[in-house]
Write a protein that binds this ligand. Structure first.
Ligand code: MTE
Length: 347
């Protein structure tokens, strides 16, 4: 990826230690409140409608994520909390909300980590529609409500490992991609799924920039069995709130065992096809970025190591370097998808 090395990260991009400690306190308090919530929920026999009260993670109070459609707001009152077990949950420390929403890769809004949050004020997610095309029985252009409304929302706490060797732990809100795919009835020829991000030059300065390196739209793809895997997720929110623009509003992909660039944001097109799609990063530098992009500490990036990662937020005193795990720690669930494949060739 055309990126900065870890040593190039400016101290202004790194959270100050006091802010970090305060957030850790917030999260710690949040989790004990959660445990309290469970006890009382069980004790009083409250049912499904109370889900939202026991979410594992909520954004700090007072956070405003922009205008939201009423139907979406009401869905966020009823989110099924993450279970207490892997793989849909990890008890690793959550990356604070502020870091998740201010340290981003979304080149449509600019190349620097702070650009997506600073430059996305003009971005509108209403009206929004998603085109479903290719090898499906029910192709068409569906508005966002048609896409999301039939699905119950759930919370999932996943690790996100970027190919640039930083990582986060993020509490997403959304639903499994497989549930969405099934509704459009893919034909037997649907071997791959291709995704595209919106192209909105007026609201996306990165697209207008003459230094842009990407041929827009940003495109990604999965094999159909990867897309149908229960871990593969469509996120419409994080920390119990709708997605901020910089994180891929109104809906994005999350594939936790793959490098972050597979998790395409602000999706407007889902195309089912027989052949492997060309994807943005393969187009840009195929020797460095493969179609599969499974997190793999045994396959080094030509320009940097992949066997370690920096768990954000770093501090001036602690770079928080940890070993990278194969398939980002989700090997038990996904390794069988690649049995018999040479993962150093199909990287
Ligand atoms: N999707 C689009 N459309 N444009 C992008 O630049 N960046 C990818 C991915 N999805 C990107 C994208 C990369 S490199 C990463 S690491 C993740 O988004 C980062 O997601 P986050 O900013 O929510 O942490």
């Amino acid at each position: 990826m055309l990126i900065k090395k870890s040593s190039d990260i400016k101290s202004s991009e790194i959270t100050s230690e006091s802010a970090y400690i305060n957030r850790r306190k917030f999260l710690k308090n949040g989790s004990s409140l959660f445990l309290g919530g469970v006890t009382s929920t069980l004790g009083s026999g409250l049912a499904v409608g109370q889900y939202g009260d026991s979410l594992k993670a909520r954004a700090p109070e007072g956070i405003q994520v922009g205008a939201q459609a009423p139907w979406l707001v009401s869905k966020f009152k009823n989110i099924k909390p993450a279970p207490d077990r892997e793989p849909f949950f990890t008890d690793e420390e959550l990356t604070p909300y502020e870091d998740v929403t201010k340290y981003n890769n979304f080149y449509e809004f600019g190349m620097n980590k702070g650009d997506p949050s600073s430059n996305s004020n003009e971005f509108k997610v209403e009206p929004w529609s998603v085109e479903i095309s290719g090898e499906v029985s029910r192709p068409g252009r569906y508005n966002l409500e048609d896409i999301i409304e039939p699905h119950g929302l759930e919370e999932r706490i996943y690790r996100l490992r970027c190919v640039e060797a930083w990582s986060m732990v993020i509490p997403w809100v959304g639903f499994p991609l497989r549930d969405l795919i099934k509704r459009f009835e893919p034909t037997s020829k649907a071997k791959y799924v291709e995704f595209e991000t919106v192209v909105d030059p007026e609201a996306m300065p990165g697209i207008r920039s003459r230094f842009a390196i990407v041929r827009w739209p940003y495109r990604e793809g999965l094999r159909i069995d990867e897309a149908m895997h229960p871990l593969t997720f469509i996120a419409v929110g994080l920390y119990g709130q709708t997605l901020p623009a910089q994180n891929g509003a109104p809906m994005r992909l999350v594939v936790p065992w793959k490098y972050g660039f597979k998790s395409i944001k602000s999706i407007v097109k889902i195309n089912f096809r027989e052949s492997m799609p060309r994807t943005t990063w393969v187009d840009l530098q195929a020797q460095e970025y493969g179609f599969y992009a499974n997190v793999n500490p045994d396959v080094q990036h030509p320009r940097w190591r992949q066997d370690m990662e920096r768990r954000l937020p770093q501090t001036l005193f602690d770079r928080r370097v940890i070993p990278t795990r194969k398939f980002n720690g989700y090997g038990e669930e996904v390794a069988s998808l690649y049995s018999g494949m040479d993962l150093s060739r199909y990287y």
